[in-house]
Design a protein around this ligand. Structure first.
Ligand code: GDG
Length: 461
């Protein structure tokens, strides 16, 4: 980055000594070389919200956290972020739960974050805001006199006109967005949804394919598909415990799913498809073992308790019907496993099952590919509704709503010969290696720099 300091703001601050994880790895260099700062929620509930940021040592860049009261956490995070925005962005307006105090809390927390940031900002900072929890942050900073370059990246899908219209405040959403210089999305689909929603709800016409005038301000738009730390994950999978252990344990080929237990991930749909596979292809009985790892998430929200019940019930029913003395069709682990164990499991799995009904990108698809043994790789089954499907066409790309199609894809994957598996995997791996998380952040930051250079100039549009 040629300009000023990079300031990243995200809902959660990566804490602990030597923080790792995809985003940290991607942003560390830019933060380190620019003397940058990362700001986010500490994860701690406070009795009384404090009036300053808390700084943390132990990383190669500056880190500063804010706390939240339980009431703020409930309304801003569980409430407006995850009971209103999340369902609308994933095409599930029917699961939303709109309460006026959620929106108030969301506005209040974003305003407070702006207040806390203000004393630490410099005029030439490049501020990069992450995700849907912080849409109003640029508007709040502008109100407080911040005139520098601010970008946003949305990790989840952007809603189309029908879902935008289901929000309690569609016009306010566009007002929030208008204060960014650059809006980044995972996939072309999201950029198109933004343009179409703005056109239908706000009567705004896009300026070409990558600019829009919102509220009198010029906003640049771009698609930046996020990746993983591919080289590190490949290494982790190679170093993982012995490949044959799992197979001798189960005596069957493994099919794996790894998802937070979220209704957007299509877990019940894949269980139903698996049942159809066993029904239509009885030769698969005792030959395929489905391992679903689904750590709990947002359990205080009712829709998440419902999905847990539905999933456990289905797994129990299918196991009751098909299990033999020697074989359990579905193993469902409702806990988080250590990353290196996960890497080893991906590598041992003959099928990686990634079937969200809607997903910004889906990093599990990329991790599964990176973890494979290149001489005997497994097969990725991928939902066409994951952002990842845009670039991962050599997977078996399926419609997750159609359990018959999905069951057939499982049968095809089970029978696929080594040559075809290698050919498909090589193409997928090329994409995952080339477009890793470092590529993602560098591409976004270049675009933000470009936006900074163009600001102040009269742009001919
Ligand atoms: C959002 C968007 C977008 C899962 N279980 C365990 C575990 N995981 C890790 C996976 C993967 C990550 O969590 C999940 O990432 P996804 O991309 O699949 O999904 P979201 O959490 O919904 O993320 C998504 C992403 O942001 C990035 O922009 O791709 O579309 O929804 O890395 O491996 N990790 C460990 N144990 C588990 O049990 N250690």
């Amino acid at each position: 980055m040629s300009g000023g300091r990079l300031v990243v703001v995200s809902n959660r601050l990566p804490l602990g000594e030597n923080p790792s994880g995809g985003l940290v790895v991607a942003l560390e260099d830019a933060l380190k070389t620019s003397g940058g700062l990362w700001i986010g929620f500490s994860g701690e509930a406070a009795q009384v919200a404090s009036d300053h940021l808390v700084f943390h040592d132990g990383a190669s860049f500056g880190r500063a956290s804010f706390d939240l009261t339980q009431a703020d956490f409930d309304s801003y995070y569980l409430g407006f972020s995850n009971s209103v925005l999340w369902p609308m962005c994933h095409g599930r307006a029917d699961l939303s739960h709109i309460l006026p105090e959620y929106l108030e809390g969301y506005r209040r927390v974003n305003a407070r974050i702006a207040d806390l940031m203000l004393p630490h900002l410099r005029p030439d900072d490049r501020i990069w805001v992450q995700d849907y929890q912080l849409f109003p942050l640029a508007a709040e900073l502008r109100k407080r006199g911040v005139t520098g370059t601010i970008g946003h990246f949305l990790h989840i899908p952007f809603p189309g006109p029908a879902d935008c219209a289901a929000l309690p405040n569609p016009a306010e959403l566009f007002e929030w967005l208008s204060h960014y210089d650059l809006l980044g999305f995972q996939a072309q689909r999201d950029l198109s949804n933004l343009s179409e929603s703005a056109r239908q709800l706000m009567d705004v016409e896009p300026l070409g394919h990558d600019r829009m005038r919102l509220g009198g301000r010029l906003v640049r738009l771009g698609v930046f598909p996020v990746g993983i730390d591919t080289a590190a994950f490949m290494q982790e999978a190679r170093d993982a415990p012995d490949e044959d252990r799992m197979r001798t344990l189960t005596g069957a080929q493994m099919m794996i799913g790894v998802d937070r237990l979220d209704y957007s991930k299509g877990i019940p749909q894949r269980f139903r498809a698996f049942q159809i596979l066993l029904e239509n292809h009885p030769d698969m009985i005792e030959r395929i073992a489905f391992l679903q790892i689904a750590p709990p998430t947002r359990e205080a929200v009712a829709a998440y308790r419902d999905i847990r019940e539905e999933t456990e019930h289905l797994a129990g029913r299918i196991n009751g019907e098909y299990a033999t003395i020697n074989w359990t069709p579905i193993r469902f682990i409702h806990r988080s496993l250590p990353r290196r164990i996960l890497a080893g499991l991906y590598r041992q799995a003959h099928i990686g099952l990634v079937t969200p009904l809607a997903d910004g990108m889906n990093l599990v698809a990329k991790e599964y590919v990176a973890a494979q043994n290149v001489t005997n790789p497994g097969v990725l089954i991928l939902s066409r509704f994951a952002g990842a499907a845009d670039t991962m066409q050599e997977a078996l790309v399926i419609n997750p709503h159609d359990p018959w199609e999905l069951a057939e894809a499982m049968a095809i994957a089970m029978r696929m010969g080594a040559n075809e598996r290698r050919r498909r995997h090589a193409a997928l791996l090329r994409d995952v290696v080339e477009h890793d998380v470092g590529w993602w952040s560098a591409t976004y930051l270049d675009a933000l720099e470009q936006a900074a250079a163009e600001r102040g100039q009269v742009v001919d549009v």
